[in-house]
Ligand binder design. Structure first.
Ligand code: SAM
Ligand code: SF4
Length: 327
């Protein structure tokens, strides 16, 4: 089958699948008041629905799946979800983004189930600042989990830190110490405006380019962009084991490298994180015999993917916060 491509020639080998909208953290930029179930929202996809969904995307050339949320580890059957995803023919990279609260306790089970890449959100290396941002004083245990993942030889271990002006934007020296001897990929993510966080965004948004200049001044070199690299800009330094990636959604050409699609926990296809609509795929996930119909439904919608998002104009689409879409 021909791999999925949009009107702008972009291909989509990568699917981010949210498996639950709920979360146990209260990150100031995402769910500052904690998770509250949306009235009338359907339950998350079942294991059978997930298996059918992933087979459909795999038939269209997808080979990397990222399990996300909300917080994926809040879902009781996470290990079964991972096993289900790993068993889909064609899936060779099974990643997960997590806040790390269960990492130190569950890492072994996740790896046994087929997880081979993990992104752990660590917005600050300062214990008090971490607690202020997330609402939970869990930094030490989460960092312990990161050490375990590295020691266990998980092929890809990355940390995500959202840059927040006046909160964690002075931590580069501390991060560099951390990266000197650790084979970790740190991703600095520029804060994105969502439907719910406008006031917070105005107070705390800082351009990632500020940090990028600091990195360049400290001798970090940009890596040549791989054709399938996605939107992150990667830096390395000969004196450091770790690498740094910059995710700057407000930068020119950010969307040109888009290589991913998203499906929400209830089975809505989102062509863009900040799109204006979702496309319900759940009706195509009820029987194994619906594979062709599912593939056609996805293929028939991809032409609606816009060339870029409209965040510069403050248009955040139907995304109140990233927990709802699977950030
Ligand atoms: N709960 C998991 C976690 O925090 O890692 C997975 C879901 S979370 C929505 C995925 C990623 O999106 C996290 O790294 C989080 O920091 C990031 N994120 C959430 N809201 C964001 C925003 N408004 N701007 C930039 N990144 C955001
Ligand atoms: Fe939860 Fe992740 Fe949102 Fe933080 S960023 S509130 S951990 S979903």
């Amino acid at each position: 089958m021909t791999p999925l491509a949009d009107r702008y020639g972009r291909r989509f080998p990568y699917l981010r699948l949210s498996i639950i909208p709920a979360c146990n953290f209260r990150c100031t930029y995402c769910l500052p008041h904690g998770y509250h179930a949306e009235a009338g929202l359907a339950g998350p996809l079942s294991l059978d629905e997930i298996a059918r969904l992933l087979r459909g995307f795999s038939a269209l050339g997808m080979h990397k799946v990222r399990i996300t949320g909300g917080e994926p580890s809040v879902r009781n059957d996470l290990v079964d979800v991972l096993r289900t995803a790993a068993a889909v023919p064609g899936v060779d990279k099974l990643a997960m983004t997590t806040n790390g609260t269960l990492l130190s306790r569950r890492l072994g089970e996740w790896m046994d189930a087929g997880l081979n890449a993990i992104n752990i959100s660590v917005d600050s290396l300062d214990r008090a600042a971490f607690a202020r941002i997330t609402g939970h004083d869990r930094l030490d245990d989460i960092l312990h989990g990161v050490e375990m993942a590295l020691a266990a030889g998980l092929p890809s271990v990355k940390l995500n830190a959202v840059l927040l002006r006046g909160v964690n934007d002075g931590e580069l020296p501390r991060w560099l110490d951390y990266l000197r001897d650790r084979r970790v990929g740190l991703r600095f993510i520029e804060l994105m405006q969502t439907g719910d966080n406008l006031a917070f965004f105005r107070d705390h948004h800082v351009r990632a380019s500020v940090l990028e200049s600091e990195l360049q001044d400290a001798g970090w070199q940009a890596l040549p962009r791989a054709a399938d690299a996605g939107p992150a800009r990667e830096y390395r330094h000969p004196d450091y084991a770790g690498r740094i990636g910059i995710i700057a959604p407000y930068s020119k050409d950010f969307c040109a490298g888009c290589n991913r699609l998203r499906v929400t926990a209830t089975g809505d296809l989102r062509l863009c994180l900040f799109g204006e609509f979702g496309i319900p795929l759940r009706p195509f996930l009820q029987h194994d015999e619906q594979l062709d119909a599912l593939v056609q439904a996805i293929g028939g919608q991809i032409g609606r993917k816009e060339q870029g998002h409209f965040l510069h104009e403050g248009r955040t689409g139907i995304t109140p916060h990233l927990a709802s879409t699977g950030g």
